[in-house]
Design a binder for this molecule. Structure first.
Ligand code: SAM
Length: 347
């Protein structure tokens, strides 16, 4: 499924070139030349810096200086479209890549000669054993996926868990992820979102999952492959109609398309131009409009309970009781309970 998405995405970009004029109304081409120039300049500066004392062994210190520490597993986000800081990949002993054919050109581009081995959905368990042995042997290892952050709808989580279990240091190198990029550009009404990721391929399981998330007062972030997106849109409109859809397509690439629309209009929007179903897509269904009102009512109810209970109970206990009654997050209530207690003491 992942590979298919990539292939269709690539051919989609070519088809898009032919249809560029047609799609211009909804497509915002990136200024890739500018992005590239900025990146290259900063890379040059960073690469020329001597970054680390040679005896540094703490993995996090080492990360800030972009030099790998022995026995550490690095979880490295790779660019969604444009390259960025990948210096750690220079100094680890081995890179475990989802698809070495995708990663090698990136490494070559930055003159990184580190050995790469594959780590994908079908060999992760077996490969994890040899990589854990390498960590035990004081080698450093990095995981990358084809694009974005490993272990987010991509391989990596099993190796990371195995590294934790074996007592090795695990260091995230944060970077691009389609979920964060799409949410950041969506202008959501919702304050919170649920990362749904890819919907299950089986119709029944997909329907059950959608039914379980539909009542939540949160935005829903869905990854989708081009060959399934049109059917998914119909299903989303059926189950979540009335809400707003945000489409983030081909993020950071030449045919980046970002648009918000009523979910009920989305089937016609996709049908109007076949290029809109091509490439890589994140779909975000914003929270139901009612959520704001109901969460306001809930917040008012929680405030009433909390105000009374902090007179009698310590803030932590009051917050726990009110969280149980109302379902409002305990951390939020705890912060408010402390403020109320202070206020009451001052009165
Ligand atoms: N690990 C990646 C991440 O951190 O976002 C996700 C990998 S997952 C196999 C691929 C899916 O991520 C695509 O089908 C699409 O939903 C989303 N995606 C990845 N790159 C994207 C891009 N440039 N624009 C929009 N969506 C993208």
């Amino acid at each position: 499924m992942i590979g298919a998405g990539r292939l269709v995405g690539a051919s989609g970009a070519q088809d898009n070139a032919a249809a560029a004029t047609k799609a211009a109304a909804t497509t915002r081409p990136n200024n890739l030349a500018t992005r590239g120039a900025v990146f290259d300049a900063s890379m040059e500066t960073r690469m020329s810096e001597e970054v680390l004392p040679p005896d540094a062994t703490d993995a996090r210190e080492s990360t800030s200086g972009s030099r790998a520490a022995p026995g550490s597993l690095y979880v490295v986000a790779t660019p969604l479209g444009n390259a960025r800081d990948l210096d750690i990949l220079r100094t680890v002993d081995v890179i475990a890549a989802e698809d070495t054919r995708m990663t090698l050109p990136l490494l070559r581009r930055y003159g990184i000669g580190t050995k790469a081995v594959s780590l994908h959905a079908h060999n992760e368990t077996r490969r994890a054993a040899s990589l854990i042995a390498a960590l035990a042997d004081k080698k450093s290892v990095a995981i990358v996926s084809d694009a974005g952050t490993p272990a987010i709808s991509d391989p990596g989580a099993r190796l990371v868990r195995a590294a934790h279990d074996a007592g090795h240091t695990v260091v995230p190198i944060p970077g691009p992820s389609a979920v964060a990029a799409a949410v950041s550009a969506a202008g959501l009404d919702a304050e919170r979102f649920v990362f749904v990721g890819f919907l299950p391929p089986k119709a029944k399981t997909r329907r059950e999952l959608l039914a379980s998330v539909a009542p939540l007062p949160f935005a829903l972030v869905i990854y989708e492959a081009p060959h399934r997106v049109r059917d998914t849109i119909t299903e989303l409109a059926n189950v979540l109609g009335g809400r707003t859809l945000f489409v983030a397509r081909e993020l950071t690439k030449v045919f980046e398309t970002l648009t918000r629309m009523p979910l009920d209009d989305a089937p016609a929007w996709f049908d109007a131009d076949s290029n809109r179903t091509r490439g890589e897509l994140v779909l975000i269904v914003d929270a139901p409009a009612l959520a704001e009102e109901s969460s306001l009512a809930l917040a008012q109810e929680a405030e009433r309970w909390l105000t009374e209970l902090v007179r009698e109970l310590p803030p932590a206990r009051a917050a726990r009781v009110v969280a149980n009654i109302t379902g409002v997050a305990r951390d939020d209530l705890y912060a408010r309970a402390i403020a109320l207690k202070r206020q009451q003491q001052a009165d």
